[in-house]
Ligand binder design. Structure first.
Ligand code: MTE
Length: 311
C-alpha cells in the first residue's frame, strides 16, 4: 500500500514498486544472494502442520507462488511499511492465548478463545489468487474454513447488514502502531452478503502449516475477489452492524480506496492503472481480471451497481 496522498507524490516515485519487483525477480532468477536473509527468516521457523482436506471446487490450478515469497514480501503495517519488515519483526507477536470478540447484532455475542472458535470447523485448503492494489499478485494455498460457517453459528439478527473486522492493537509487540501511518487498530468490513459468500475465507494457515505471523497469525480474512487490503490480518473482533463500517484505507485516503474495493481493471486507481499486474516470480505483466477472475461466483452481488461510484 502507498500512504502518500496524490499531492505528495512525485511522478518519479510512482514506479518504485515495479522497479523493486523487477529487481527482486532478477535476484530470484539469478544469484538470489540479496534475498537470502528473507528466505532464511521465512523458512527458519517450523510452523506446525495442520490437518486439512483440499477443496478443489474453489481452488485455482495456477502455479503456486513459492513459500519464501509469500512469507517474505508482505504488507502488514503493524510491523512497518516496508515489505520486508513483517518477516523481520512479526516474530515478537504473541498469538497464544488469542481470543475473538463477537458482538453487535448477533444472538450469541461473547469473547471466545480461538480454540473454541475453531473447534467445530474442519480445515480445508483453498488455492486463491491474491491481487494487491499495488499491482502485484500471488497464488496462495490457504488453510482455513468458510466465514459463512462461522457467522451462522453466532446467529446474526436481521439488522446485521455489515460485518466489521478489527486487528489486534498491541503497540508493545507491533512497532508499526507507534507511528500514525494509519489509524489504529486496522479495521475492515464487508456487506453481509459478501461475508456470507462461499468464497470468503478465514485462514489459519498456508502451505499446509500454521499461519506465519507475518501473514496474519493466528487468524485472518481472505476475500479473493477484492484488493488484498480487504484481507485483514490477526483478527480480534468481528462485529455485526447496521451501517457501513469504517475501513482503514478508506479512512486514510477516501478518494483512492473505497469500501467495496473489488478488483476491477476498468477503474483506475487515481495514481495508476489497474489493467495489469505482476505475478510474483514472473517477469512479464499479465492482464488483471474483473473480480480477480472470480466473477462467476460474485458478480451477481453487484448487479445494477455503478462500480465506478462504488469502487
Ligand atoms: N491487515 C492488517 N491488519 N494490516 C495490514 O497492513 N495489509 C493488507 C492485508 N491485511 C494489512 C492487512 C494488504 S495491503 C495486503 S496486500 C494483504 O494483507 C497482504 O497479505 P500477505 O502479506 O499475506 O500477502
Amino acid at each position: 500500500m502507498l500512504i502518500k496522498k496524490p499531492g505528495d507524490i512525485k511522478p518519479s516515485e510512482i514506479t518504485d514498486e515495479s522497479v523493486y519487483m523487477r529487481r527482486r525477480e532478477f535476484m530470484q532468477t539469478t544469484a538470489g544472494l540479496a534475498l537470502l536473509p528473507f528466505v532464511k527468516t521465512a523458512s527458519a521457523k517450523t510452523e506446525a502442520a495442520l490437518k486439512h482436506v483440499k477443496n478443489k471446487k474453489f481452488s485455482t490450478d495456477e502455479k503456486l507462488t513459492d513459500h519464501a515469497s509469500i512469507t517474505s514480501y508482505n504488507n502488514f503495517y503493524e510491523f512497518g511499511t516496508d515489505k520486508t519488515s513483517p518477516a523481520k519483526y512479526a516474530d515478537r507477536l504473541t498469538t497464544s492465548p488469542w481470543s475473538i470478540t463477537i458482538d453487535g447484532e448477533v444472538a450469541k455475542p461473547g469473547k471466545y478463545n480461538l480454540e473454541d472458535i475453531l473447534k467445530p470447523h474442519s480445515l480445508e485448503e483453498r488455492i486463491y489468487r491474491l491481487r494487491c492494489v499495488e499491482r502485484w499478485s500471488m497464488v496462495v494455498p490457504w488453510i482455513g474454513f468458510s466465514l459463512a460457517d462461522l457467522i451462522k453459528r453466532f446467529e446474526p439478527t436481521s439488522k446485521a447488514r455489515y460485518v466489521q473486522f478489527t486487528t489486534l492493537y498491541r503497540p508493545s509487540e507491533m512497532p508499526g502502531q507507534k507511528r500514525s501511518v494509519l489509524e489504529w487498530p486496522y479495521v475492515e468490513g464487508l456487506r453481509i452478503d459478501e461475508a456470507m459468500n462461499p468464497l470468503t475465507f478465514l485462514a489459519v494457515g498456508l502451505y499446509g502449516k500454521v499461519m506465519p505471523k507475518q501473514n496474519g497469525a493466528p487468524i485472518r480474512l481472505v476475500v479473493p475477489w477484492k484488493y488484498g487490503y480487504k484481507s485483514i490480518k490477526s483478527i480480534v473482533r468481528i462485529s455485526f452492524v447496521q451501517n457501513e463500517p469504517p475501513t482503514s484505507w478508506n479512512l486514510s485516503a477516501p478518494n483512492e480506496y473505497g469500501f467495496f474495493s473489488n478488483v476491477n481493471p476498468e477503474v483506475d486507481h487515481p495514481r495508476w492503472s489497474q489493467r495489469k499486474e505482476r505475478r510474483i516470480g514472473e517477469f512479464l505483466r499479465r492482464d488483471t481480471q474483473m473480480f480477480n477472475g472470480y466473477g462467476e461466483q460474485v458478480a451477481s452481488m453487484y448487479r445494477g451497481m455503478d462500480l465506478r461510484k462504488y469502487y
